[in-house]
Design a protein around this ligand. Sequence first.
Ligand code: AHG
Ligand code: MN
Ligand code: MN
Length: 359
Amino acid sequence: MFVNVNFTNFNKAIILLTNNKNQMEVNNTERLTTIDHHISREESMHPTATGEFTSLLHDLALAIRIISREVRRAGINDILGLTSTSNIHGEKQQKLDQYANDIIKKAMSQGGHVCAFASEEDDEVTVVGKDRKSKYIILFDPLDGSSNISINVTIGTIFGVYRRIDLSPGQSCSISDVLQPGYKLITAGYALYGSSTLLVYSTGNGVHSFTYDPTIGEFLLNKQYIRVPKQGSWYSFNEGNYYLVDEKVRKYLDYIKTPSEDKKRPFTLRYIGTLIADLHRLLHYGGVYLYPGTTKNPNGKLRLIYEVNPLAFILEQAGGRATDGRRRILEIAPEDIHQRTPLFMGSPDDMDLLESFLK
Ligand code: AHG
Ligand code: MN
Ligand code: MN
């Protein structure tokens, strides 16, 4: 049988494929889908698409490529015995997370589409664009997992994008543009600098993952419509905090560690200490992640707008759930850019069990 595949049909075929909401490994044709192609395809599904969003995410992918290169070089610089104060170019060497912060802001300021940035590394919001073209607000944790940087363990970058609320002439963006609840995110994602560099993102149409091929400088699609397993007998929690958390949480922890006849328990503990890497394994293997409030820090440690919201958005898009113990994370109205929140997230069945203990 002959199939006449012209370019239009080919695109339709891909869109049909991607509309199937079941998680899929990509086929050989899709393996050649670059992140730029994918983003513009996602944007073209919106009737009012202008291409600006594609350009914005293109700039973000550039920043991630540069950060990835620098993360990979960090170890080599150490081996070569460079001082901690200057890099290979003789410039003052910055902490990697400060470097990543600067690169993201530089790369994403080029196109003029960003109105404001909020970053873990900056005390205040940075306003960069004032005209109507500057439609987007970017929130990010430039390098997540700082304590793992110097020991070669996976670190990452987390990002979320909001649309600016008020585009009236002469009006710039305000703090209310930055403090939008997570359900208003128009895209969120993360990069992981692990055994390879990965970029995972969602625009509200499923979760898709890309592997970076440094030899051609491209992110290539490797998984689309990722679904979190319904249940997984894994848990991630800083066990050192056991005696600092609420009794309900302790009872839950005791329960999942008690052997059961169906062999679903004890759960296996995995804790990388890089939130984004822990979320990434949860996305693929299922289970739960807990960072509750403690007696020392009643709101836990993780920051709502640039760490937790983007992850909650990704996880929900993959069929999982994220709460602060009482409320859906994405519905919390933020009050401060650096506000912290307790976090409980995971596979739907595991969250049912966990929530039955938190009641
Ligand atoms: P960051 O490196 O961006 O400051 O974030 C660190 C966070 C998060 O990545 C990680 O999961 C958590 O800190 C670990 O905290 P504990 O060491 O308290 O477990
Ligand atoms: Mn972080
Ligand atoms: Mn960080």
